[in-house]
Every structure is written in structure tokens, then in C-alpha cells.
Design a protein around this ligand. Structure first.
Ligand SMILES: Nc1nc2c(ncn2[C@@H]2O[C@H](COP(=O)(O)OP(=O)(O)OP(=O)(O)O)[C@@H](O)[C@H]2O)c(=O)[nH]1
Ligand SMILES: [Mg+2]
Length: 355
């Protein structure tokens, strides 16, 4: 029996088992088994190469990947937004490589990648799906594009990404597992966790964990716990774009409507992209001079003055005395702060060095 057959058999069993209090722990165990088999299958198939693959390196402040079924208009959008010239044509799989482009937006350098189209079954390798998905996993943001004439593509592409271990617009589950040598499995959980201990144990045991201290916080279900245990999921923010709305517009909630060809909705799309990247722009103000509003430092949400220093020069952190800040994170004008002060978008910062 191949791994594939085993997975099918278990999936069939899950389908036949009604889900209720008495069976949930059994189903949890079966789902864990499938996840484990899939991971095994992946290992035996892939060479497991790092980086983006296709000879492309990440660059700039963020890497944004445009993904979707063939012919939805991915290359047309790349060409519209950047100076890249990715081939556009009315047949499927026009793009066979990763085509990079770059653009500057509100002071941020964005790398945009146009990748070959995905098809149903891509997560199982159809249409070189595995290679493309392994590139997609490394995106800082996904722009998932569908064709306005085929709204059903939305759910289909979500499924392919999910099956490839990519979790869209989801926070990683808050689960800590500390393996121990003896003593069985001890579970601590916050009130929001509704999963029963039997099911949690069954899942862990399926992954060969028999002794551990487990701490689970926040909302979790069977699938999310399995994700946490398996550990190789990618949590990627994404926005959904409906292209070719010049032909028709299905107005799907939670999506951005554009026409890449006619240049409609592009401004709104860029605004959404920028918002979703959650950048923090910091304007540096040298002492006795005005702030540099043209070239902000682009940092990630949660960054501190220390991160600002590290960006500027190796020595800045060592010679740091204090920083003077104005703007959203300042409690009052010209507030003096230390290295661990968190900066906010559009702060104005002066670093004061000593010796
Ligand atoms: N009407 C209309 N046609 C578009 C739009 N965007 C792209 N197209 C057309 O759709 C076809 C496919 O466009 P591409 O940009 O090559 O699509 P792709 O997603 O890169 O396709 P693959 O590389 O094959 O995956 C071309 O004929 C484009 O001219 C749009 O906004 N409106
Ligand atoms: Mg293309």
C-alpha cells in the first residue's frame, strides 16, 4: 500500500465517521495520522531547497508574490506596477519562470514576483505546482488574483494553498510543547481552548510525543493543533484581487476589484498592499536639522529604537545615549527614550550618541 492509498483510506474513514463528543478524539487522531503521512510523503519527494528557487533572491523591504490560476492577468499586473516586461498572452502557462519586478511606494522598496499559474491539484504536484508553491511560501505578502469571470477560483486557490501548508491571514497557533523524559503528557490551557485533553493527547501521541508539558492559549481546533505540532506551516498575509472587472464585476466581499489591463483600481490595490505589510516608517532627524521625509527607514511592526540603530550603523547601538522622538509613539514633545522603545509609523527620531 502506498502512502497515497493510506491517506485516501483514512480520509474515507473520517468521511464516514459522524463528528460528535464521542468521536472527536478519534477523528483528531485520524487527522493527525494524515498530516504525518503527508509530511512523510513530502520528505521522500522533495530535495528541500531553501531560498526562493528559480535563481531569484529576496530583495528590498518586502517580497510580494502575485499568484493565481493561469491567465488571470498576473503578468499584466506586474508589468503595470513595475518596469518588468513579463510576457502576456491569451493562453495558459504563458509565464514559466519567476519574473521579478521592483517598485518604490511611500519610501518602501517592494519586490514583486510574477510566478507561473497554479492549477487544481498543484499542491499534489500538478503543473509543476510544488515548485511554484515552494516559491510562494517565502512571500512576505501574497496577492492572490482571480478572474472576475470565474469567481469559483477563489475557493479553489485557497484550498491549494492550504493543502500546501500555507496558512493565509492566520496567526500561528499559540501552542508550546516542551518534551520531557517521563511523566506523560501534562496539558495547561486557557479558558478559550475548548478541545478536550483526550483529543489533544491522541494527536500528540500520533506524532510520537508521549511525555511533554503542553501550554495552549487562545482559540484552537484539531487542524490548528496539528499545524502547531507539525511545525512546517507558513503563515502568510494575503490580499485577494479580482481582475478583469472591466468585463464584469462579481463584487466579492473582502476582495479588491481591479482591471490590470485598463489600469482600474490600481491605486486602491497599492494602498491595500501597503496597509497589509504593516510597515513602520521612521523619519530620521539629524540634530539641528529638519527630518528627512523623503527617505524613511522601513521597519516591521513592533520594531524598537534598537532596530533603528542597527539599521543605521553597527556603532550606533554601542555609542547610543538616548533617542528623541516626536510623532505617534511620543508621549509628549521631544520625548527621550531608550533602546527598547517601540516606534510607530511616522515617528520622527533623532539618535543621540556619546563618546
Ligand atoms: N479584459 C481584461 N483582460 C485582461 C486583464 N488583465 C489581463 N488580461 C488578459 O488576460 C490574458 C492573460 O493575461 P496574463 O497577464 O498573461 O495572465 P497570467 O496570469 O500572467 O497568465 P499565465 O502566465 O499563463 O499564468 C491576456 O490576454 C491579457 O491581455 C484585464 O484587466 N482585463
Ligand atoms: Mg503570466
Amino acid at each position: 500500500m502506498t502512502i497515497e492509498d493510506k491517506i485516501k483510506e483514512i480520509e474515507e474513514e473520517i468521511r464516514k465517521t459522524p463528528y460528535n463528543k464521542a468521536t472527536q478524539h478519534h477523528i483528531g487522531k485520524l487527522k493527525a495520522k494524515i498530516a504525518r503521512l503527508k509530511a512523510e510523503q513530502e520528505k521522500s519527494e522533495s530535495g528541500g531547497k531553501g531560498g526562493l528557487g528559480y535563481g531569484i533572491k529576496k530583495s528590498g523591504d518586502a517580497t510580494i508574490i502575485i499568484s493565481g490560476f493561469p491567465s488571470v492577468g498576473k503578468s499584466t499586473l506586474l508589468n503595470k506596477l513595475t518596469n518588468a516586461e513579463s510576457k502576456v498572452a491569451g493562453y495558459e502557462f504563458t509565464t514559466l519562470k519567476v519574473i521579478p519586478g521592483a517598485l518604490k511606494y511611500k519610501g518602501a522598496e517592494l519586490q514583486l514576483l510574477d510566478v507561473p499559474g497554479l492549477i487544481e491539484g498543484a499542491s499534489k504536484g500538478k503543473g509543476r505546482g510544488k515548485e511554484v508553491l515552494s516559491v510562494i511560501r517565502n512571500a512576505d505578502l501574497l496577492v492572490i488574483m482571480i478572474d472576475a469571470q470565474k469567481p469559483e477560483q477563489l475557493e479553489k486557490i485557497k484550498k491549494e494553498l492550504y493543502d500546501a501548508g500555507i496558512r493565509i491571514n492566520q496567526n500561528p497557533p499559540d501552542v508550546k510543547i516542551k518534551k520531557t523524559l517521563t511523566g506523560g503528557i501534562h496539558i495547561q490551557k486557557t479558558p478559550k481552548v475548548k478541545m478536550g485533553n483526550d483529543e489533544i493527547k491522541a494527536i500528540l501521541e500520533e506524532f510520537g510525543i508521549h511525555n511533554a508539558e503542553v501550554l495552549i492559549r487562545g482559540k484552537i481546533d484539531t487542524d490548528k493543533l496539528i499545524d502547531a505540532v507539525i511545525g512546517n506551516r507558513k503563515y502568510v498575509p494575503a490580499i485577494f484581487v479580482v481582475n478583469k472587472t472591466d468585463i464584469k464585476n462579481p463584487n466579492i466581499p473582502g476582495t479588491v476589484s481591479i482591471s490590470a489591463k485598463e489600469g482600474i483600481g490600481i491605486k486602491e490595490l497599492m494602498e491595500e498592499i501597503f496597509k497589509k505589510l504593516r510597515f513602520v516608517r521612521v523619519y530620521l532627524k539629524p540634530q539641528n536639522r529638519g527630518p528627512d521625509f523623503e527617505n524613511p527607514l522601513i521597519l516591521k511592526e513592533g520594531s524598537t529604537i534598537e532596530d533603528v540603530c542597527l539599521r543605521l550603523h553597527k556603532e550606533f547601538k554601542e555609542r547610543f545615549r538616548y533617542a528623541v522622538i516626536n510623532g505617534p509613539s511620543a508621549a509628549y514633545k521631544n520625548q527621550r527614550v531608550g533602546l527598547n522603545h517601540k516606534v510607530k509609523d511616522e515617528d520622527i527620531v533623532t539618535i543621540i550618541l556619546g563618546g
